[in-house]
Design a protein around this ligand. Structure first.
Ligand SMILES: [Zn+2]
Length: 225
């Protein structure tokens, strides 16, 4: 997490602009769709509303406090329309960054399924099968509440007829999770083209999670002098 001093805020702004360009390159967004934020101390740096990612500059990134109030000197642009959803996630989870996309595979799935099931064990990186939250209008407190509820125990949620949200300890992790979610949605669609795919059970997913933890512990141990 960045600090809320001017160096920390500038670093958060530059990082958000860098990842905004990646959203386009990676096919997770078109134009100005979707939005991202980074926690910086008591503040949140969030992408502005209505500016295409290709044109966004660090000074266009907006600041809000945890109640959504803008700093006294104001922002040059209007904070993202989904600011309430970002703030609700910071309030509910240990998040350092939030990524919201309108990525195509996830949007397609959101219109046709109740959840993204576990056809691959990599879904444990998102906490398990990813729920589809009920449709509520963009930018509303109702959407923020629906997203937070469906995020329970997960670091990703799919918003019906809308898109996806992921969070992580930092923007790099939140962004990797957005890519993973899109990949999982695509592989699920491909699996459906063969017929009814087999789904990993909760016990099989628990086993993967336990083994991943054990191996991470092993890595840490071997790095010690
Ligand atoms: Zn959206």
């Amino acid at each position: 997490m960045y600090g809320s001093d001017s160096d920390g805020l500038q670093a958060a702004r530059v990082q958000l602009v860098g990842y905004s360009a990646r959203l386009l390159d990676d096919g997770l967004a078109v134009g100005s769709a979707g939005n991202m934020s980074v926690r910086a101390g008591d503040l949140v740096a969030i992408t502005p509303s209505g500016i295409s990612y290709a044109e966004m500059r660090p000074q266009d990134v907006c600041l809000v406090d945890m109640d959504g109030a803008e700093p006294r000197e104001g922002n040059q642009e209007t904070p993202s329309t989904e600011t309430p959803m970002h703030l609700a996630i910071y309030a509910a989870a240990q998040a350092g960054a939030v990524v919201h996309t309108h990525s195509p595979e996830v949007v397609a799935l959101s219109a046709a399924r109740e959840e993204l099931p576990a056809i691959h064990y990599a879904i444990t990186g998102l906490g398990g099968p990813v729920r589809v939250a009920p449709y509520v209008r963009f930018g509303s407190d109702g959407l923020a509440a629906a997203a937070v509820e469906a995020l329970a125990g997960r670091s990703a949620v799919i918003l019906r007829n809308h898109g996806a949200v992921t969070y992580g300890r930092d923007l790099a992790q939140a962004y990797e999770r957005a890519l993973l979610l899109e990949w999982l949605a695509r592989t699920y669609r491909l699996a459906l083209s063969y017929g009814e795919p087999s789904i990993l059970s909760a016990a099989e997913l628990d086993e993967v999670t336990a083994e991943s933890r054990r191996r991470r512990y092993g890595e840490r141990r071997t790095r010690q002098p």
